[in-house]
Write a protein that binds this ligand. Structure first.
Ligand code: SF4
Length: 458
């Protein structure tokens, strides 16, 4: 646990988060630590004394954004003594001190397993002017009772494992987050109970591959498998919704599907990345499953869980992907008809096996494939929204809708955004909303009653 080693400070900190839910969770912890250590958080970069970027390395584009932000801060740093700029997260572990060569005005580089040291690193960088690089892995560290500032009072992420042992050839995660380690189940359930007691109604269990929870050689605890853990968390009094992210199709067990179908708090929603519809490309990606296996798992999920919302990740333009391979991806899309697709153009990541593969796909072909894929994916998403018209969705309210005056918004159990007219709702309320229209992938409707019946309706 971080202790206060210096007198209170008045420094204002601007913290910007890039990337996935794991980074959002880590930023919540960093924010909590900073507040406990008497720093002030600000949402305005122009009034900050300290600027921190919690970064993502998953795609070149994400890194480019951070390098561009850093470039814009050269004059800002020079203008006032004692100002501090820090890079946290995946770019810290992938670049370590090489980041200082690209951005010599950077003061601190702090990896995901070292964020407890952020307050002290800020003080030392500010006082000594010496850059701090703290990017080592600490596989045995999990946040147990660390302070945390929840981004939303009614929803929280819970880290159940870290790292990844799958080594997909395009992915940097095994290098930026280390080998797979599961957190003890007792500690996870205790955190879920603490969160529920503090008013949290929905939790998302987070890991790079939650389906292999408790199975990897490096796990601290092998008492429960993921389906058993999900059931335990689903039983925590006060938690109305439990979600999880991300699932690897290879490890998606029948037991997990049955638990999803049986436990009332577990939402009817799954993110199941397929990445490509061609067996040849899946093999080059080292995804370890075939298209047939993937489709069999989707069939099992749909047969077991009524009204299931399925989303996926797809990469176009992986090295060696031919027109025929891409057509197989479109065929897969047609067969599964996802509720939402997160699509990306392949970009080589430093140090990964795919970055050394020959046979790159030309950028124009990648662009054309991405456009064709998105067109089909949006058509399916719109059809899925159409199918919700006239139905009643249980919505957990996130707050007033910024772009629609006199309206609120929240998420359905399936994780669709629902906007509805009304007054006096509070964040965390549950409202039953009849869906009347949709725009892009958002649903719009009118409450049928002020409060839903809630948990137990499955
Ligand atoms: S399963 Fe593959 S894509 Fe996902 S984090 Fe692990 S290596 Fe990366």
């Amino acid at each position: 646990m971080e202790t206060l080693k210096n007198p209170p400070t008045e420094k204002k900190v601007f913290l910007e988060t890039f990337g996935c839910q794991s980074n959002v969770l880590e930023s919540d912890h960093v924010a909590g630590l900073l507040v406990r250590n008497h720093f002030t958080l600000t949402g305005k970069m122009e009034e900050a004394d300290v600027i921190l970027f919690n970064t993502c390395s998953i795609r070149q584009h994400a890194e480019d954004k951070v390098f561009s932000r850093l470039g814009q801060l050269v004059d800002w740093k020079r203008d006032k003594e004692g100002r501090v700029i820090g890079v946290l997260g995946c770019m810290a572990t992938s670049y370590k001190d090489h980041l200082l060569e690209r951005a010599p005005h950077l003061d601190m580089v702090v990896g995901p397993d070292q964020y407890l040291k952020v307050p002290q690193a800020i003080r030392e960088a500010s006082q000594s002017g010496q850059s701090q690089v703290l990017a080592d892995f600490d596989p045995l560290y999990f946040p147990e009772n660390d302070p945390r500032r929840l981004s939303q009072p009614h929803k929280a992420f819970i880290e159940i494992m870290k790292g990844c042992d799958k080594f997909c050839t395009f992915c940097v995660v095994p290098f930026t987050r280390g080998r797979e380690v599961s957190r003890p189940a007792e500690s996870i359930v205790a955190e879920a109970e603490r969160l529920a007691r503090s008013g949290v109604k929905e939790v998302m269990l987070l890991g790079q591959n939650v389906n292999s929870y408790g199975l990897s050689p490096g796990s601290k605890d092998k008492t429960l498998t993921f389906d058993q853990l999900l059931e335990e968390v689903g039983r925590v009094p006060g938690l109305e919704r439990v979600r999880f992210m991300t699932s690897h199709p290879l490890d998606l067990s029948d037991e997990l599907v049955e638990t999803m179908a049986r436990v009332p708090a577990v939402c009817e929603s799954i993110h199941l990345p397929v990445q490509c519809g061609s067996d040849k490309v899946l093999k080059r990606m080292n995804r370890k499953y075939s298209v047939a296996h993937y489709l069999e798992r989707v069939g099992k999920l749909r047969a077991s869980i009524k009204d299931l919302f399925i989303t996926t990740d797809l990469i176009v333009g992986f090295p060696g992907e031919s027109d025929g391979d891409f057509r197989r991806t479109l065929d897969l899309l047609e067969e599964v008809r996802y509720d939402a697709v997160y699509s990306f153009k392949y970009s080589p990541r430093l140090g990964t096996p795919a970055a050394r593969m020959l046979d790159p796909v030309p950028e124009e072909a990648k662009d054309a494939r991405l456009a064709a894929l998105n067109e089909k994916a949006w058509k399916h998403a719109a059809e899925k929204c159409e199918a919700r018209l006239g139905r009643v969705e249980e919505v957990l309210v996130d707050g007033p809708a910024d772009k629609t005056p006199g309206a609120f918004y929240g998420k359905s159990r399936q994780n669709r955004t629902v906007v509805f007219k009304g007054q006096g709702y509070r964040t965390g309320d549950r409202v039953r909303v009849r869906i009347e229209s949709h725009k892009v992938a958002n649903l719009y409707g009118t409450p049928v009653e002020p409060q839903g019946k809630g948990r137990g309706e499955k």
